[in-house]
Write a protein that binds this ligand. Structure first.
Ligand code: ZN
Length: 497
């Protein structure tokens, strides 16, 4: 601890804490001029159990002081009556476009990662953001893209941007590999990690028929050796069937691989209690497993996804009229479904198959983090699932302020500290994220706990969240008084290793 680096909230003896805070605060405020000060806010840092009225001093891109005594800076934001906490880290965002970032930042997200689908080469995740990143971003190394390279020598660096050149009928998603091909793919797995992939993204359900047991065993063994987690969309069975979850837990036990279950509640459906028990049991058995869920009861994917080649009506417990074409919002008939599937297999659909009580049971699980599963956003003319726009505000509005099934600190931990902690093994840069502490990256969200709310709906998805007054990324103010600050692009790619 230096004179400018102090934390309130770690001390077990309250008087020592106050004394130290006073001494260091006086020195800091007297001797240091900060670039930016956030004054008078209710600072919540679940990592240190801090929840108190404090002042935050930022120099360049770092938090340098968290103080009980007022600080002075070149610029000051008065956060009186507002919560000041670490910016949200979205583990699961396919909205890797400038427009996607414009909505996610107004939902409090300061780092959005595509860890489920991933990219390969990993840097390709930046292709539609270029040098205009409002928020930090990154990706796992995409296993599907590696299969495309080995099986058809095609480059599909980021499947969400491949457009018409991409199909789930491509060899990458349909063809089984021989041993030589598996060996070549495992070399790509190593390369993807060397490139800075934050683990490996495994769309296992989309590869359902293509991946043999031998290939899966090789992948789990390779990632275990490299200590790189697998971010998995597990295979789906008939509504609530846990066999897809059991499969990856057993593989993790056998190989020592780390696993993360994407959108667990969407995969679990009515089997949610069983799924959560299986995760808890795996944790007790020493498996390195984590999970994330989003706070909506409908899912979203492409109409060409592998699951729709199977008995999808039984798998989801729905029929055509429960599914919307995202672009227009229309609900399907069988004839329209067949037509769109034949003509535009990449079209995004929204399928209404979840139930609120399933979603809520996932939210309160201590093993659960919040991840949006934001779908790509290219144009406001094409509708999308509202989860890209309102996930984080919705958790705070519905489950903290509304039903009160989560405390504010619990919810914030699921949005920033726990994701950072999950990733810091594979990407040490996350040791400085997800925290409001001296030395942490200045990725910060300031919001009004009484009014924060999602406004995005299935009909009108492009309504940004309200109640978030300011967002700071790498020390730069990117949202001020709820509005995006023009011509400021402090977001950076975050890589593993
Ligand atoms: Zn998925």
């Amino acid at each position: 601890m230096t004179k400018n680096q102090f934390v309130v909230g770690h001390c077990t003896q309250a008087w020592v804490c106050v004394l130290l805070a006073c001494i260091f605060s006086i020195q800091a405020s007297a001797e240091t001029s900060f670039d930016l000060v956030i004054a008078n806010g209710r600072v919540i840092d679940p990592a240190s159990s801090t929840d108190a009225m404090l002042h935050v001093g930022i120099i360049d891109n770092r938090i340098v002081a968290v103080s009980e005594i007022p600080l002075s800076g070149t610029e000051t934001i008065d956060a009186k009556g507002k919560v000041v906490t670490a910016g949200f880290i979205d583990l699961h965002s396919h909205a890797q476009t400038q427009l996607g970032q414009q909505f996610q930042v107004r939902d409090g997200v300061t780092t959005a990662l595509d860890l489920e689908a991933g990219a390969y080469p990993v840097a390709a995740v930046a292709n539609n953001i270029s040098d205009q990143a409002l928020i930090n971003f990154g990706a796992s190394a995409s296993y599907a893209s590696m299969r495309a390279k080995v099986l058809s020598n095609t480059e599909q660096p980021y499947i969400f941007f491949a457009g018409k050149s991409f199909s789930f009928k491509d060899a990458a998603f349909t063809k089984q590999m021989d041993e030589a091909e598996i060996a070549r793919t495992m070399r790509h797995v190593g390369l993807g990690i060397d490139q800075g992939g934050i683990g490996i993204g495994l769309l296992l359900d989309y590869l359902d028929d293509a991946v043999s047991d031998g290939e899966l065993e090789a992948l789990f063994t390779t990632t275990a050796d490299r200590r790189a987690p697998l971010f998995i969309h597990i295979r789906r069975g008939i509504a609530g069937d846990p066999s897809g979850l059991i499969e990856v837990i057993e593989l993790a036990k056998r190989t020592g691989a780390s696993i993360h279950i994407c959108h667990l509640s969407a995969s679990a459906m009515g089997g949610i209690d069983n799924f959560l028990e299986l995760v808890d049991e795996a944790l007790v058995a020493g498996v390195d497993i984590s999970a994330e869920s989003y706070p909506y009861n409908a899912g979203s994917t492409s109409i060409g996804a592998d699951v729709f080649n199977r008995d999808w009506k039984s798998i989801f417990g729905i029929t055509y009229s429960d599914v919307q074409l995202a672009e227009t919002g229309e609900f399907f008939t069988k004839a329209r479904w067949d037509e769109v599937r034949a003509e535009d297999p990449g079209a995004t659909i929204i399928h209404h198959y979840g139930r609120e009580d399933w979603t809520q049971r996932a939210m309160v699980s201590s093993a659960m983090m919040i991840g949006s599963d934001a779908m790509p956003i290219f144009s406001k003319k094409i509708k999308s699932h509202p989860r890209a726009i309102g996930t984080f505000s919705r958790v705070l509005a519905e489950y903290v302020r509304g039903s009160k099934i989560l405390s504010l600190s619990e919810a914030l931990a699921k949005m920033s500290y726990l994701p950072a902690k999950r990733l810091e093994g594979v990407a040490p840069k996350f040791k400085r994220k997800g925290r409001i502490q001296p030395g942490a990256d200045a990725d910060i969200v300031i919001f009004d706990v009484d009014s924060i709310r999602d406004r995005a709906t299935y009909d009108q998805p492009y309504s940004p969240s309200t109640g978030i007054t300011a967002v700071i990324v790498n020390g730069q103010l990117v949202v001020s008084q709820g509005i995006i600050v023009p011509n400021v692009f402090p977001g950076r790619i975050v890589i593993g290793g």
